[in-house]
Structures are given as structure tokens and as C-alpha cells.
Write a protein that binds this ligand. Structure first.
Ligand code: ADP
Length: 399
């Protein structure tokens, strides 16, 4: 079967991101975002080389959204394919696969059931992902679909790595363990790093630093450890998430500040991190602007973030008995030269010889190496592309 065009769907509770990818030459033919699904004022955004458009029309649910996406893809003026047969397969981003999925799979009834079973682990995301899948199934029942899981990458972690120091029954009864997220991104940039190193056998640390941030490490392309846990709250302090804290702070806040469990959860996920520490913004561009004007809390937030990344790199290098390459990716990792400098300075003990001038002047949006020739550990900036990773898996499985 000709596997030319793959539709990638990333469904949120009231939004749906989509891309149509030509897998033959790995190019994006069209992409966009449906917003306010199920809310009044629904709108579809669309970009392609045939033209861009914005369509305001009610979308009751994800099925309506997918219908609109398909309509615009075959539209006379801005459409990029003659008819629906131009879509060979659909790849869905699914956030939580629990312990059931260690790789991408073709979607059938059993897979849908298994994703439903993981809803307690991903209460915000999995129901939305399932709506995206159901919507596509209703509109194009014959087209093969593939699920690509954010948690699949972390499934190769050893038990002593993914277990928490809680009573063992917490794992057995409730599935409480470290799963990790951003797996598709860590896997994609790790594979690119192995290409750049010219070997399959290497120890790589990947820093996915964006709105949500995580660090992961891998040996020979398989995840050894990753900083996010049962939920994406663990690990680095992030845009609005606190990252690692003393777990006893939770009951302390509940008593001391008279907060409910939901309030503490929201406090840690939405009011903390860079935003909460700085009191300025969760966006690193705003933080640097404020820091440059002398804002002490913005400086503090930036230093705390960089220190946390540095500590993960150090611990992962110890865990793997060395590291061959460190990768920076995602919004901050790809763009924020200042954060990269803070992380990488005073790390020569590891055998990293960074060209800090080049770090400041290197081009954006392409793969670059920040280390000097001969550096024992090499440092790369590699733009992530989760959609392309999903498209590759989808094409491979649907074939
Ligand atoms: P996500 O996909 O998790 O929404 P991204 O990976 O796109 O996030 O990262 C978004 C973040 O990247 C922004 O909040 C901002 O902090 C940071 N960012 C984006 N562009 C820049 C830039 N030019 N300089 C510094 N930080 C940037």
C-alpha cells in the first residue's frame, strides 16, 4: 500500500493539533489547530503551501473537528490532497500507556480498551486522546491508525530506577512508579544524536526544555532514566510546575494554608515553577528581560532552573558510568543560549569543552554542535520533531 501521506493527531480536551506529513520526503504538507472544541467560538486554523485559512464554525466534539480538518485538507482552494484516499494512515499521540505499551501499536479495540484502562494514570490527557481516536474512527473507519505513547520510552528503565521508595503495595495496588513523559521527543533526538556520533553504541543525556521540561538518559538508544515520574510534575522546576520538592510539603501546605488536595495540586502545577518563583512569567524570554533589568527573583528562577538541569546531567553521568553526548532540545533548549551557558559552564570535570562563543552565535532551528573538536563529551542542539517521529512509527506499522 502506498504510504505517502500520514495524518498526525494530537488531541487535547478542547483542542486538536494536526499535521499532514508526506512520509516519502518527510515534509509537512499542511498543519493547524482546532480550538475551543465543545465550547462556543470554535475555530480551525490551517496552514499549507496552497494557502492559509481560519474557519469559525461550531465543533460539538472531536468528531466534528476531524471532519473539518478533512474538509479543509481537500478544499478546492487551500486543500493539499484531491480526496480522503490521500490519507494512508493516522498517527495519534497518546500521553499515558502505563506499563501496557513499550512501543507504538496499531490501534484496534483491545488497544482502545488498554488506553481506557490507563485513564486513572493520565486523567487529563488520555480521555482527550481517546476522543481524537474515536473521532477519526467515525470519520475514516477503514484507515489504519497507530498510537504513539509519551510513556513508551521510559518502559526500558530498570525496576530499581522506576520504583519509588514507597511501600511496595503502592506500586502493586495503584501502579505508582516512575513512567516518564516527553518520550517521543527524547527518543527522536537520541536517534539523531546517535546519527551525529556515527554509532549505535553510546550514552546520551537529552534535555527537553520547554514549557514542560524533562531530562532523560539512554544507553545504545534505550532509556535508562528520565526525570518525570508518575505524572509530569516530577523533576525540573518548569514554566508553572514546581518539579521535585520534599513530599511532606504537600500535607504541610494542606494543614498550614488550609488547602484541599485539589488546591495543592493546582498550586504545584499552575502557580509554581518559573512563574511562581519569579512572579514575572513562565516564559524564559520574559524572565531574561526582567533579569536584565535587575529583577532578583527572575534571576533566581533562571539560576534554579539551570542548576536543576546541571544536577540531572551529573547524576545521569554517574548512573551510566559516563556520557558521550548531551543534547538540548525544545523551546528553551533550542533557543535559550543563556540557559545553555548556565547549565554548561563549570562542567569541564566531565570532559566537556564547550565553545561558548559559538553557543551565542550558532544558527537556530538546525542541528549544531556546541563543543570544540576533541571534546570528550559532545554537546548538541537538536530541534525536536515529535510529529515526524509519530509519522515514522505510523508508516512503519501501517505498512
Ligand atoms: P511546549 O511544546 O511544551 O508548549 P516548547 O517546547 O514550545 O513548549 O517551549 C516553549 C517555551 O520555550 C516558552 O515558554 C519559552 O519559555 C521558551 N522559548 C521559546 N522561544 C524562546 C527564545 N527565543 N528564547 C528563550 N526561550 C524561548
Amino acid at each position: 500500500m502506498d504510504m505517502k501521506n500520514i495524518l498526525i493527531i494530537n488531541a487535547g480536551s478542547s483542542s486538536l493539533k494536526y499535521q499532514l506529513i508526506d512520509i516519502d520526503n518527510e515534509s509537512v504538507i499542511a498543519k493547524g489547530l482546532c480550538e475551543r472544541i465543545g465550547i462556543d467560538g470554535s475555530v480551525l486554523g490551517y496552514k499549507s503551501n496552497k494557502g492559509n485559512t481560519e474557519i469559525r464554525r461550531d465543533m460539538k466534539n472531536h468528531e466534528d473537528a476531524i471532519k473539518m480538518v478533512l474538509d479543509v485538507l481537500v478544499d478546492e482552494k487551500v486543500g493539499v490532497i484531491p480526496d480522503m484516499s490521500g490519507i494512508a494512515a493516522v498517527g495519534h499521540r497518546v500521553v499515558h500507556g502505563g506499563e501496557k505499551f513499550s512501543e507504538s501499536v496499531l490501534i484496534d479495540d483491545d488497544v482502545i480498551k488498554a488506553i481506557e484502562d490507563c485513564i486513572p494514570l493520565g486523567p487529563l490527557h488520555n480521555p482527550a486522546n481517546l476522543m481524537g481516536i474515536a473521532g477519526c474512527r467515525a470519520v475514516m473507519p477503514k484507515v489504519p491508525m497507530v498510537a504513539v505513547f509519551d510513556t513508551a520510552w521510559g518502559q526500558s528503565m530498570a525496576k530499581e530506577t522506576y520504583m519509588y521508595g514507597l511501600a511496595y503495595e503502592a506500586y502493586e495496588k495503584y501502579g505508582i512508579r516512575r513512567y516518564g513523559f516527553h518520550g517521543t521527543s527524547h527518543r527522536y533526538v537520541t536517534q539523531r544524536a546517535l546519527k551525529l556520533l556515527g554509532t549505535d553504541k553510546a550514552k546520551v543525556i537529552t534535555c527537553h526544555l520547554g514549557n514542560g521540561s524533562s531530562v532523560s538518559c539512554s544507553k545504545d538508544g534505550r532509556c535508562v532514566d528520565t526525570s518525570m515520574g508518575l505524572t509530569p510534575l516530577e523533576g525540573l522546576p518548569m514554566g508553572t510546575r514546581c518539579g521535585n520538592i520534599d513530599p511532606a510539603i504537600v500535607p504541610y501546605l494542606m494543614k498550614r494554608a488550609d488547602m484541599s488536595a485539589e488546591q495543592v495540586d493546582a498550586y504545584m502545577n499552575k502557580k509554581s515553577g518559573m512563574f511562581g518563583i519569579s512572579g514575572v512569567s513562565s516564559d524564559f524570554r520574559d524572565l531574561w528581560a526582567a533579569a536584565n533589568e535587575g529583577n532578583e527573583r527572575a534571576k533566581l528562577a533562571l539560576s534554579m532552573f539551570a542548576l536543576a538541569v546541571k544536577k540531572y546531567i551529573g547524576s545521569y553521568a554517574a548512573e551510566m558510568n559516563g556520557v558521550d553526548a548531551i543534547v538540548f532540545t525544545a523551546g528553551i533548549g533550542e533557543n535559550d543560549r543563556g540557559v545553555r551557558e548556565l547549565v554548561l559552564k563549570d562542567m569541564d570535570f566531565l570532559g566537556i569543552d564547550v565553545d561558548f562563543e559559538y553557543n551565542q552565535s550558532c544558527p537556530r532551528g538546525e542541528e549544531v554542535e556546541l563543543t570544540k573538536k576533541g571534546s570528550k563529551v559532545r554537546v548538541f542542539v537538536i530541534p525536536t520533531d515529535e510529529e515526524m517521529a509519530i509519522a515514522r512509527d505510523t508508516a512503519a506499522l501501517a505498512r
